[in-house]
Design a protein around this ligand. Structure first.
Ligand code: UD1
Length: 391
């Protein structure tokens, strides 16, 4: 059997790493059997957004890089399809495996089906219901086309059934990204938070501030205490009023309560510069601007953060498993199992500053409470591969 797996952007790498391990283990146990090729579309190309994850997660170099790079959605998807079509025609795989919901996921699933190749989607069935999110469009198209839909939770399986997907195409396998979290947790645990901050601070910033302990320390008396922040969605960072409002709250309130560590996505950094926030950010005491972090550094910071503020789907999930109270700066989520009402650690706060403030204050007094949704057990990749072999 020949399988091509596809990655394109940062959140794909931690999902494909365990799948590759599962293929290697199968080949070892069965004296080869599966020919596997890894294709990187090149959507993310900076060392810190791509290469560093390959190294940290021991992902073999991609067999083929499509070098698509940045561009509008149509450019990214179109160029990926044109380049991937040639790969599929030359390689004639039995299966194309796509993960997540980035543009590479959409482009390669469409190309596979147009070449009559079976497609498996890992992390199928997530739905935010928000068609303004490019990822929702990617998820809907990919799931509509895929032959095998492997879901991270039962709500996602149910979403697919409601859309009329045939039962034999759907299997609940658990969350493959948590395989990586569980495999890498011991290595991350040994890292020093101070060293992570020193190593990754943005050089233009005056000396990294010492870690500030909160004035209102209602629980958890152990130090260090800090907030952790990421922001990259167009809905939060592309509009000057929205981004400035969130920034003002962070700088004048959160960063006064405690150190606020903020690894910057390239898109957020560009927008800060464009909207005149960059110099203020550099000069703000308590706000610690960081380069994009490697996998283990981010996991380490998440393990002990007092609170997470994020618009990332992956961090909502990781915070749930680690128990970090999480404010999700979105109005909806395709990952409801991470929400407090479903037993998770996260609460939706959108981008309205009054709402963010209210939940921030409330969340400061909540305890860490790790949660393990069903089948988020670190063994999902093996189930994914078994399903492909069974089909
Ligand atoms: C993409 C995914 C999003 C995911 C996110 C994680 C889509 C539609 N979006 O969004 O789902 O949550 O990745 O990061 O696929 N850039 C660099 N270096 C890089 C890559 C990008 O500087 O290595 C800059 C470029 O200016 C680029 C911008 O970041 O235009 C946005 O990158 P892009 O890949 O288009 O989307 P993301 O916002 O990263």
């Amino acid at each position: 059997m020949k399988i091509i797996s596809v990655v394109g952007a940062r959140p794909n790498f931690m999902k494909i790493a365990p799948f590759i391990r599962a293929v290697e283990a199968y080949n070892k146990a069965n004296a080869a059997g599966i020919e596997h090729l890894l294709v990187h579309t090149g959507q993310h190309y900076d060392d810190k957004m791509s290469r560093s994850f390959f190294k940290a997660l021991d992902i073999p170099d991609a067999d083929i890089n499509l070098d698509v790079g940045s561009g509008s959605h149509a450019q990214q998807v179109g160029q990926t399809m044109m380049a991937f079509e040639k790969v599929v025609q030359a390689q004639k795989p039995d299966w194309v495996v796509v993960v997540g919901d980035v543009n590479a996921t959409l482009a390669c699933s469409v190309t596979a089906k147009k070449e009559w190749v079976k497609c498996c989607h890992i992390e199928a069935g997530l739905r935010s219901g928000d068609m303004t999110m490019p990822e929702e469009v990617n998820r809907l198209v990919t799931d509509r086309l895929s032959d095998l839909l492997l879901t991270p939770d039962l709500l996602s399986s149910e979403n697919l059934r409601k859309e009329g997907v045939a039962e034999e195409k759907i299997t609940f396998v658990g969350n493959i990204m948590i395989d990586t979290l569980e495999a890498q947790r011991p290595r991350a645990k040994n890292l020093s938070i101070q060293e992570i901050i020193q190593k990754n601070s943005i050089p233009e910033q005056s000396a990294p501030s010492p870690i500030i302990t909160p004035h209102s320390r209602s629980t958890a008396p152990h130090a260090p205490l800090y907030a952790l922040m990421t922001l990259h969605r167009p809905s939060n960072v592309d509009h000057p009023d929205v981004f400035t409002g969130i920034f003002n709250f962070l700088a004048t309130e959160v960063a006064k309560d405690m150190s606020l560590f903020w690894p910057l996505h390239p898109r957020a950094r560009q927008k800060m510069e464009e909207f005149g926030l960059w110099q203020r950010a550099l000069a703000c005491p308590g706000l610690v601007l960081l380069e994009p972090l490697g996998y283990h550094d981010m996991l380490r910071l998440n393990m002990d953060a007092r609170i997470m503020l994020t618009d990332s789907g992956g961090l909502q999930e990781e915070s749930t498993v680690l128990g970090t109270p999480c404010l999700t700066l979105r109005w909806n989520t395709e990952r409801p199992v991470t929400l407090r009402e479903h037993g998770g650690a996260s609460v939706l706060v959108g981008n309205n500053v009054d709402r963010i403030r209210e939940e921030y204050r409330r969340t400061l007094s909540s305890e860490r409470r790790p949660v393990r949704p069903e089948l988020w057990d670190g063994k999902t990749a093996g189930r994914c591969l078994q399903e492909i072999l069974n089909h």
